[in-house]
Design a protein around this ligand. Structure first.
Ligand code: SF4
Length: 400
């Protein structure tokens, strides 16, 4: 029944091509008797995001949902295309995160080993010395990390003058090694943010964790708006904002959309967006949560890349649960930073040797310090970075 076969082929190719926009890239094969009808593709949120040449921050939740709900392979491929337009796809930022003050925190974040409200077996300790931080930063630098982050387990910086003085010394010391420096110190006011900026801080991390709607079921001791206020203080002080979330907190896909919507509609997109997956800690309220599925991680990364094309997307906590191939899929879909080293706050972390091996195998390289900023200076702020072309130009630039 050759006629029947040809009809089947035509029908199945039409179904495939309907999904493969733009339709101008139709190829003919010998068994297809006639070209399928070519209709003008309808502009959609997805296609607009794919074609965008600059970031926008007036996203609606419905628009982000349309992108998030795209079939996953199509979404990941498109996100990879956007990634290649705005970044060098072969460069991954390596960050090391050190806990400078462990445990004893008054907050009730239901995922956290360091909250004093839960019996997790973690021993609280005082703030570490400036010298020990600088020694750790040197080791991180020698192993290829170019961003050094320091975290302290407390609610905020109120009344912590001596701590702030020591932290500024740490920031200054790490910065003078040529590394990017980030801290995560809970809530801070504008004055404290300015002091940190003057000390040489590059970025401040303060995650919103999840959507505004799901947030109260995770944390009750500080509000979503308090988090956003700290982020505003950081931005106003001229620091880069690092803010992201955690998957696996018992949320729904609509909360991933809500999380991305929160950060993508800030006055400017965060410089970096960490995507964590819950590492369940025994003794915490979320200690028995089921692991967040990988497709949710990939979908969140790909959507974030489409919606915030210039932002660095960081594969953060929970990376140890991913296979190498899963990590590579995340890098293809837009992730371009990792935490690496001996430990990530209180949880396990992929080590430098393991990452170096993975990078070599897959043709990746660690991002240089301040590379993204240097790349941006090479092109106008409204144009895409064109990662490969910028990489060529960057070779002649003195980047640390
Ligand atoms: S996440 Fe931070 S603020 Fe929340 S309990 Fe842990 S250390 Fe405290």
């Amino acid at each position: 029944m050759p006629g029947h076969r040809s009809l089947l082929l035509r029908t199945s190719w039409r179904a495939v091509l309907q999904d493969a926009k733009p339709q101008s890239i139709v190829r003919k094969y010998g068994t297809v008797a006639e070209s399928p009808a070519i209709t003008t593709p309808q502009s959609s949120v997805f296609e607009d995001a794919l074609a965008a040449s600059s970031p926008r921050n007036n996203w609606t939740k419905d628009e982000i949902k349309q992108i998030y709900d795209t079939p996953l392979m199509k979404l990941a491929f498109a996100a990879g295309t956007v990634h290649r337009k705005f970044h060098n796809p072969g460069a991954i930022q390596m960050c090391t995160l050190m806990n400078i003050k462990t445990g004893g925190c008054s907050e009730d974040c239901s995922y956290c080993a360091q909250s004093s409200r839960y019996n997790t077996g973690l021993k609280a300790s005082k703030m570490v010395t400036v010298d020990s931080v600088l020694a750790a930063a040197r080791i991180a630098k020698d192993n290829g990390s170019t961003r050094f982050c320091m975290g302290a387990a407390w609610r905020d910086m109120r009344g912590r003058k001596t701590n702030l003085k020591n932290i500024k010394e740490m920031v200054n010391g790490v910065k003078s090694m040529g590394m990017e420096v980030c801290v995560t110190l809970g809530m801070i006011d504008l004055e404290q943010a300015k002091e940190l900026k003057e000390a040489g801080l590059t970025a401040y991390n303060h995650n919103v964790d999840t959507s505004r709607e799901h947030y109260p079921s995770v944390i009750t001791t500080r509000s979503y708006d308090e988090r956003l206020q700290t982020i505003q203080n950081v931005r106003e002080a001229g620091l880069n904002v690092c803010t992201g979330g955690i998957l696996g907190l018992g949320e729904k896909p609509k909360d991933h959309i809500g999380l991305i919507h929160t950060v993508a509609t800030l006055p400017s997109h965060p410089e970096s967006f960490p995507v964590n997956t819950l590492v369940p800690i025994k003794g915490t309220p979320l200690g028995n949560n089921a692991p967040s599925p990988f497709d949710a991680t990939l979908r969140t990364i790909a959507t974030a890349r489409m919606v915030m094309p210039r932002t660095i997307i960081r594969l953060a906590a929970g990376r140890t649960t991913l296979t190498e191939e899963q990590q590579i899929l995340c890098f293809m879909a837009g992730a371009n930073a990792v935490f690496t080293g001996e430990k990530m706050l209180t949880t396990a972390c992929n080590g430098w040797d393991e990452d170096r091996e993975m990078f070599e195998k897959w043709g990746l390289r660690p991002m240089a310090s301040f590379e993204v900023e240097a790349l941006r200076e090479l092109v106008s702020s409204s144009a895409p970075l064109d990662g490969q072309a910028a990489e060529e130009s960057l070779k002649s630039q003195p980047v640390a």
